[in-house]
Design a protein. Structure first.
Length: 335
């Protein structure tokens, strides 16, 4: 039995979570769910966007499923990543049929460092002598330890998943010290995998953004720093049909948190219009993390069948089915 922390959160997070738990019921696996509150609604009720009780639930679970948060997202998901030391953010870019994908043959992974960079939130205002705000500063921290850890994770992922190339992404020509360090560490780690037949290369982040549009098929695994990874992975989502189809995983040494990358979408919340695929595929990533590969493949294939048929899909995919109707269709195709 697996103990799973479940945080539905705000808006459509509740709906896509319900749709996903419905599908997990079809598996011959026992789950014990521990539900936690977090997000805007939680803040309005308790004065805290992420209560300690919820943090404790996540810490004591084998894995966590997270739905969505609204305006308090940074106070929730960023804090959870830091509290749990979830240093690796995995964002797959994979083409599925029956979607608005720009390319039908994409399948690569973006591995993003999750704990430092610009997202440490170390910011200050610049004031003049009268105390008027005239500007602001943000501190960017890149360490050798975190860079080595994320690069090693990317190469291990490539080896485990039979990928033959890892691309390091940086801006070392301008950010000579911070990204210069990241590039240096990337190639130091790459040497440890030369005998595994894994090729290494690096590009500037602006060039990578262009290559994602002009030749995305050339990528297999991309590893980069926090802010660059955030931006590039959303660009990757645009290549394969949008955020409603993209799952993600946040992985630490002993914990994993899995979430769709879309927001809480308050404009459609409660209407049964939300596409549940990103949340469902996040659960697939959770199953892979737990070692339940056969179950993960079952759900992934069921999603593929429903998308290929295109009959029972939500409005963003050209259909008129509800969130739960699509969930039921996928559930019915698992076995």
């Amino acid at each position: 039995m697996y103990k799973i922390a479940v945080i539905p959160g705000d808006g459509i997070g509740k709906e896509v979570m319900e749709a996903t738990l419905n599908i997990l019921e079809a598996l011959d696996i026992e789950f014990k769910y521990e539900f936690g509150d977090a997000g805007d609604e939680c803040y309005e009720k308790t004065g805290e966007a992420l209560p300690q009780d919820t943090i404790d639930i996540v810490k004591n679970a084998d894995a966590c499923l997270f739905g969505a948060a609204g305006e308090t997202a940074a106070d929730v998901i960023v804090r959870l990543r830091q509290e749990m030391d979830l240093f690796a953010n995995l964002r797959p870019v994979k083409s599925y049929p029956g979607t608005n994908a720009l390319f039908d043959d994409l399948d690569f992974m973006i591995v993003r460092e999750n704990t430092e960079g610009m997202y440490i939130g170390d910011e200050d205002y610049i004031e003049d002598k009268s105390g008027n705000i005239t500007g602001a500063t943000a501190k960017r921290v890149i360490t050798e330890e975190a860079s080595k850890r994320i690069c090693d994770y990317a190469f291990k992922y490539a080896k485990k998943n039979e990928r033959k190339k890892v691309t390091g992404v940086h801006k070392a020509n301008v950010l000579k010290k911070t990204d210069g360090l990241f590039k240096k560490v990337f190639y130091e780690v790459a040497k440890n995998y030369e005998n595994e037949g894994i090729e290494s290369e690096d590009f500037y982040v602006d060039a990578t953004a262009m290559y994602l549009l002009t030749r995305p098929q050339s990528f297999e695994v991309i590893v980069t720093t926090n802010l660059f990874g955030d931006i590039l992975s959303d660009e990757g989502a645009g290549l394969v049909g949008g955020l409603g189809l993209i799952p993600s995983a946040n992985i630490g040494e002993n914990r994993g948190l899995f979430e769709p990358v879309h927001g809480s979408a308050p404009d459609i919340a409660g209407k049964g219009l939300a596409n549940p695929v990103a949340m469902i595929l996040s659960a697939v990533m959770m199953l892979e993390y737990l070692g339940e590969k056969e179950a993960a493949v079952k759900i992934d294939r069921a999603v593929l069948k429903v998308l290929s048929e295109g009959k029972i899909v939500t409005g963003d995919l050209g259909g008129n089915s509800s969130t739960m109707e699509m969930s039921e269709a996928i559930k019915n195709r698992i076995n």
